[in-house]
Ligand binder design. Structure first.
Ligand SMILES: Nc1ncnc2c1ncn2[C@@H]1O[C@H](COP(=O)(O)OP(=O)(O)OP(=O)(O)O)[C@@H](O)[C@H]1O
Length: 276
């Protein structure tokens, strides 16, 4: 579905490249979490995938087409929810009437359900919504497009606690096997138990790209009273004890993505062989 080969990208000739020889593939049927520190290149990579930026060298192909060519046949299969957006002063009904036609499989019934799930008022203009309400509307609209590729930049920013839980639920329940969702986020707790593959970007390179079940089969995440022990690969002090990562022994734990992110970005040598 996504195939990126030897991607090189720079914003201007005066700047050094943000990406150089970046190659990866993502199949459909998964929800991918794109993680990285501020400035790592997450938004730029998303924009390259949806065709809002053009590679300097190398190729970006989505469904075997080049997104920067902006062909309608591909754009109808891609929905990008940016971190910052503008909402027009029109009602939901008018917005849907104006935009749903771009997406051949747009599911109005699904939209109705999602708007109810997110408890969005239907009697207001979109520009009168709060930031969180606008975001929830766009998430609901994006899912209803049924696009093959959904790309969300920080989708849970601005969502209240109940809405984050609804977000996880509707994401898990509204997708088809032929869709791929890429979520760039700093709010890793919001996507825990939702994503099935994690990509960690640092200075334009992936420092990890792995399926979560693969990580869970190799590593165990726990809270203990001591950071010591010959098995401990990484530890972090938390109130009341330590969070530790150890090699998997009983197959029981789920992945603590935040702890793993900290461990990898702190360059934990001991972990490297488990996540390469
Ligand atoms: N329009 C632009 N022109 C020049 N440089 C840019 C532009 N947009 C982003 N950059 C630079 O590219 C690098 C990556 O930015 P990007 O927004 O992709 O990172 P990010 O991982 O999404 O960061 P954050 O987590 O803070 O949103 C940064 O050094 C940034 O300054």
């Amino acid at each position: 579905m996504v195939s990126i080969k030897d991607l090189k990208f720079r914003y201007s000739k005066r700047q050094s490249p943000l990406f150089e020889e970046l190659s990866f593939e993502l199949p459909s049927g998964s929800i991918v979490g794109l993680l990285g520190k501020n400035g790592a290149g997450k938004t730029s990579l998303l924009k390259l995938m949806v065709g809002l930026l053009k590679p300097t060298e190398g190729s970006v192909r989505i469904l075997d087409q080049q997104p920067s060519a902006r062909q309608a046949s591909l754009l109808q299969e891609i929905y990008f929810l940016p971190e910052e957006f503008h909402q027009p002063s029109i009602s939901i009904r008018k917005f849907v009437k104006a935009n749903a036609g771009f997406y051949p499989r747009f599911d109005k019934e699904l939209l109705k359900r999602l708007l109810a799930d997110f408890e969005l008022p239907d009697n207001k203009q979109l520009n009168q919504f709060s930031y969180g309400q606008k975001k929830k509307f766009l998430i609901a609209f994006a899912l209803s497009t049924k696009c093959r590729l959904l790309v969300f930049d920080e989708p849970t920013n601005g969502l209240d606690i109940p809405s984050k839980a609804i977000f996880r639920r509707v994401m898990a329940g509204s997708l088809d096997e032929d869709q791929l969702v890429i979520i760039s986020t700093h709010q890793v707790r919001d996507v825990e138990n939702l994503i099935d593959r994690v990509l960690m970007l640092e200075q334009g390179k992936f420092i990890m790209q792995k399926d979560l079940h693969d990580i869970a089969s190799k590593l165990q995440f726990a809270t203990t009273s001591t950071p010591h022990g010959e098995n401990v690969l990484y530890h972090e002090m938390v109130p009341g004890g330590y969070k530790v990562i150890t090699p998997q022994t009983d197959g029981s734990s789920s992945v603590d993505i935040e702890l793993l992110f900290n461990a990898i970005s702190n360059g934990s040598e001991k972990l490297k062989e488990y996540v390469k």
